[in-house]
Design a protein around this ligand. Structure first.
Ligand code: PBG
Length: 359
């Protein structure tokens, strides 16, 4: 069985030699001496030896830190369903950015918690140059110019019904939404965003965003597309954090992907790359490591995973109850993304994990 699958793999590889990142291994049993000459435990016997043969590494430069932002001054509200995570007012962001950058974290991703009074059906607050998100971007770039600021491009924080797109007669409109997203992306680039993160799952958005960026002279603003974003139950705590949980009418199944699909994710990544995405994302993370690995093997582009709010909440609350070792599961879950082939992870553990790794 093993031989046949290796042969199949090798013959497939000959059709397209660029398809695989790593060399396809020969049947491993042929290279190994029998026991006791081969004692795998030899290489596990000493800590320094384990360090020597470790295949993957985790470092603060692998992390993107998501930050929830709210209106007001000098306040932080903790998010009950995400122990250890708070929403901050904009004036807190410079200190947070300094802390993140000094730990070696390369990027912060902004998620605004918008005043319900500003939510409308046309979502116009999304491209207000002075909206909360744009004020946050400016505050971080002024304080720490060399930390990358990533944005979220989707209309849900600004939408009266919590959807990522414009809703008319219960339909989430695609092309009208893309026009709105382009205005939103332009306002973010204007205030200094380095990386645009379209998380909306509308069709054709990358083409339109890229051509806007080129036309307006933002040729160095990159796009990290949430290419394979699934309609997931694991976003629950996030919707609490940005105050959208009660706002959402219906579900997001007509635009986010079906969790049953894997080939479709590859089509989405291929499509987004062909439209001008520089980097791609798989979301959620832990339940979708197969998608991460497949994406990296098939495309060999910078590939990120979003360890989403529900994944964080599961690990944190189990640890708080004493059922899991907090630090062990944090690092193990993050290492799993590296092992799967991810170049980085958007994770609520970014600060804590960096501190542990630098200790
Ligand atoms: C909005 C958006 C969501 C998340 C990131 N951007 C929620 C959603 O699609 O409903 C979820 C992140 C998380 O759960 O941590 N487009």
């Amino acid at each position: 069985g093993i031989c046949i699958s290796v042969l199949l793999h090798l013959s497939r590889r000959e059709e397209n030699p660029n398809r695989c990142v790593k060399e396809v291994p020969m049947a491993r049993s042929q290279n190994q001496a029998p026991f006791p000459a081969y004692r795998p435990r030899r290489l596990r016997a000493k800590s320094a030896l384990r360090d020597m043969v470790r295949e993957n590494a985790l470092s603060p430069s692998d992390f993107i830190l998501p930050v929830f932002v709210m209106d007001g001054y000098d306040e932080a509200h903790s998010i009950i369903s995400m122990p250890g995570v708070s929403r901050h007012t904009v004036d807190h962001l410079p200190a947070l950015a300094i802390r993140a950058r000094s730990l070696g974290i390369p990027a912060i991703c902004i998620f605004p918690c918008i005043d319900p009074a500003l939510k409308t059906q046309d979502c116009a607050e999304a491209w207000n140059p002075d909206n909360l998100s744009n004020r946050a971007i400016r505050a971080i770039k002024e304080a720490v110019p060399d930390i990358m600021v990533m944005t979220d491009i989707a209309l849900d924080p600004y939408n009266i019904n919590g959807h990522d797109g414009i809703v008319v007669n219960n339909e989430i409109l695609n092309d009208e939404t893309v026009e709105a997203l382009v205005k939103m992306g332009e306002s973010q680039a204007q205030v200094g965003a380095d990386i645009l993160g379209p998380s909306d799952m509308m069709d054709g958005r990358i083409t339109k965003l890229r051509s806007m960026l080129e036309k307006k002279g933002f040729y160095n603003v990159s796009i990290l597309s949430y290419s394979a974003k699934y309609a997931s139950g694991f976003y629950g705590p996030f919707r609490d954090a940005v105050g959208n949980a009660s706002a959402l009418v219906g579900d997001k199944n007509t635009y986010q992907m079906d969790p049953a699909n894997s080939d479709e994710a590859m089509r989405m990544i291929a499509r987004d790359l062909s439209e001008g995405a520089d980097m791609v994302m798989v979301k959620p993370g832990m339940p979708y490591l197969d998608i991460c690995q497949r994406a990296k093997i098939e495309f060999q582009v910078p590939t990120f995973a979003y360890q989403v709010s529900g994944e964080y909440a599961m690990l944190k609350t189990a640890a708080q109850n004493g059922w899991l070792d907090a630090e062990l599961v944090m690092l193990e879950s993050l290492m799993a993304f590296k092992r799967a082939g991810c170049d980085g992870i958007l994770t609520y553990f970014a600060l804590e994990a960096s501190e542990v790794l630098l200790r």
